[in-house]
Design a binder for this molecule. Structure first.
Ligand SMILES: *[C@@H]1O[C@H](CO)[C@@H](O)[C@H](O)[C@H]1NC(C)=O
Length: 338
């Protein structure tokens, strides 16, 4: 038998259209979620917060543990260098029961001072407190720990960790993790003065939903305020079992007309309804369980950026790393872009 080559397929126009369309979709799918910007992923940390120090012309990244370890770089693309800690003794004046593990920094510039809110807690416990420290320069050794702002105990509807401050018609502090979710109170007249009753305004979550790391942000380019949060389980170093797919950390968001909420998901339900929120960043490529995010208006690029931690998908059980991406709000919702 002589091998007869198969006939050359002749595509009708509908088939051609669908072939082109699927290759377009494939191209979109490949570029849909950019990887962290180059150079942003060589430091091990959790729960990053970022601020640009215009005097030293350095970006500072603050992170959980080690008394709030700091890293600096002259560019978002690194290289990042270890730059000491906010609380170099590893502890705070509000350490509870000798527990000195300082978590989840949030950084802002308030009345001429760099201001870092932080939490002290124990994994899975409501024996938690939020404190605050200030510096005129950000450099290690210049931070004054002002200590206590608020706390929580067993039986409260909230857990006083994961602080986030927004300076919008007065200071508003949001906080919360699991239990009934994320709440917000006023802070006045000083950065460590609680100005409204706890638990405050309920922004997101309920009934033990796995949700934490609330972050309220107003992009200059949008009329909306956005409440970002981390949904699902964050894998800790040493973890051996992955959560079910989709139940690992992801960055979600809701939006509203005010820094005090209410914030709504894309279907119009408030974030206090079960399951609400639009996905901003989920596991993709070698990025697994991204979360612990902060969002910042980068004065150098003039763009909105998001910093977060993730575990390399091919190194589950190992430490988490810094990720940085640009965000675009022109669709009305934050989209991770190149
Ligand atoms: C949020 O996390 C839970 C796991 O606690 C998961 O079942 C759910 O699908 C997640 N929601 C989204 C929108 O990612």
């Amino acid at each position: 038998m002589v091998a007869v080559p198969p006939p050359t397929p002749s595509l009708n126009s509908a088939m051609r259209f669908s072939a082109v369309f699927s290759s377009l979709l494939a191209a979109v799918a490949v570029t849909a979620t950019p990887n962290p910007i180059s150079g942003s992923s060589n430091i091990v940390l959790r729960d990053p917060a970022i601020w640009y120090n215009s005097a030293s012309k350095l970006y500072y990244v603050f992170s959980t543990g080690g008394g709030l370890s700091m890293f600096t770089s002259s560019a978002l693309t690194g290289p990042w260098t270890s730059a000491g800690a906010v609380l170099p003794s590893g502890c705070s004046v509000i350490a509870q029961n000798g527990n000195c593990n300082v978590w989840a920094p949030d950084v802002n510039y308030i009345d001429g001072l760099y201001t870092v809110y932080y939490a002290i807690s124990e994994l899975g416990s409501q024996n938690s407190a939020i404190g605050v420290a200030q510096s005129s320069s950000m450099a290690a050794g210049t931070w004054t720990d002002l200590g206590f702002v608020i706390d929580s105990v067993t039986g409260d509807v909230y857990n006083a960790i994961d602080p986030n401050i927004i300076d919008d018609d007065g200071l508003k502090l949001s906080f919360g993790s699991y239990w009934d979710g994320i709440y917000q109170i006023g802070i006045y007249p000083n950065v460590n003065d609680q100005a409204s009753a706890l638990p405050g305004t309920h922004l997101a979550g309920n009934s033990g939903r796995a949700l934490e790391a609330g972050f309220v942000y107003k992009p200059a380019s949008s009329s909306y305020y956005f409440c970002f949060f981390s949904n699902g389980t964050t894998p800790l170093q040493g973890a051996t079992v992955r959560p079910p797919t989709g139940a690992e950390y992801r960055v979600l968001v809701g939006r509203g007309a005010s820094a005090m909420g209410p914030f709504y998901g894309p279907a119009g339900n408030p974030l206090t309804d079960p399951g609400t929120g639009a996905v901003v960043l989920a596991s993709h490529d070698n990025i697994y369980a991204p979360g612990g995010q902060n969002v910042y208006a980068d004065p150098v690029s003039g763009r909105d950026i998001m910093v977060y931690h993730y575990v390399p998908n091919n190194a589950f059980g190992g430490p988490s790393y810094l990720g940085i991406n640009y965000l675009d709000f022109s669709s009305g919702w934050p989209v991770v872009v190149d």
